[in-house]
Design a protein around this ligand. Structure first.
Ligand SMILES: COC(=O)c1ccnc(N)c1
Length: 244
């Protein structure tokens, strides 16, 4: 997967050299490049923003640098598929595990990091004439800029790519993998500060363990995320594997 990120704070992405994303970059699973939007400015102050039409507080990101940046990063006639442009924004569609899986199937993601009051709408409108554009929200709150959201989205997507997670099986059992929250997890020692690991998990009875985990998962989801319970298919209540 090719990923391009455009930001006025490229240094925000230094963490992408670390850990499993760093390894994915080193082994070629992820071809990631970070670009400074100011590369595509031409004035001495390298201006990227201006006052909003219609008045109001704050500044808006100018369209010209973004237009030139996207022109430079979107392959022209060389046959490569158009990238999917992702714009982290409070007004976007909610980022979910399902969307992470959808993005993990893309060959080229292009992230545009807005700052100030956002990017001139015409940048997104023009981009939509030649590529898929998705504004993505992490939740109902506002950040200083899109950079932190890109780190979150990129981590959620990259870990789904083949070979990135050492134990791919964990993808199958984790929270949100099957519309439920994961059951509690335990490791040694069996007793810690007077707290015992549930006996069933030390029983070696895999059928009992699977049922216990399913039940705990349903209870935890019902308590914390009733919206997810409401979205479950009816068969989720009877399957013994913990998978709806
Ligand atoms: C500037 O970007 C944001 O404020 C933002 C991005 C993604 N999700 C949000 N909830 C906010």
């Amino acid at each position: 997967m090719r990923v391009d990120i455009v930001s006025i704070f490229p240094e925000y992405f230094a963490p992408l050299d670390l850990s499993l994303i760093g390894k994915a970059r080193a082994n070629g699973t992820l071809r990631l490049a970070v670009h400074d939007l100011r590369t595509w400015t031409h004035d001495v102050h390298r201006t990227v923003d201006d006052t909003p039409y219609g008045g109001g507080p704050g500044m808006v990101m100018r369209p010209e640098p973004w237009g030139e940046a996207l022109d430079a990063l979107v392959p022209g006639a060389d046959g490569e598929p158009e990238p999917r442009l992702l714009v982290p924004s409070p007004v976007g569609v909610r980022f979910t595990q399902a969307l992470a899986h959808e993005l993990a199937a893309e060959s080229h993601l292009l992230f545009a990091c807005g700052r100030y009051e956002g990017i001139d709408q015409r940048v997104l409108d023009h981009a939509a004439t030649r590529m898929r554009v998705t504004e993505v929200s992490l939740g109902d709150y506002v950040l200083f800029g899109g950079e932190v959201a890109v780190l979150v989205i990129l981590e959620a997507v990259t870990r789904l790519l083949p070979g990135v997670l050492g134990n791919a099986g964990s993808l199958d059992e984790e929270s949100h993998a099957h519309g439920l929250l994961e059951a509690p997890m335990y490791t040694k020692p069996a007793t810690w500060r007077g707290h015992e690991v549930p006996e069933v998990l030390r029983s070696g009875d895999h059928g009992r363990i699977a049922r216990w985990r399913r039940d705990e998962s349903l209870l935890r989801t019902a308590a914390r995320r009733p919206d997810m319970i409401a979205a479950l298919p009816p068969r989720a209540w009877t399957s013994g594997t913990g998978r709806p």
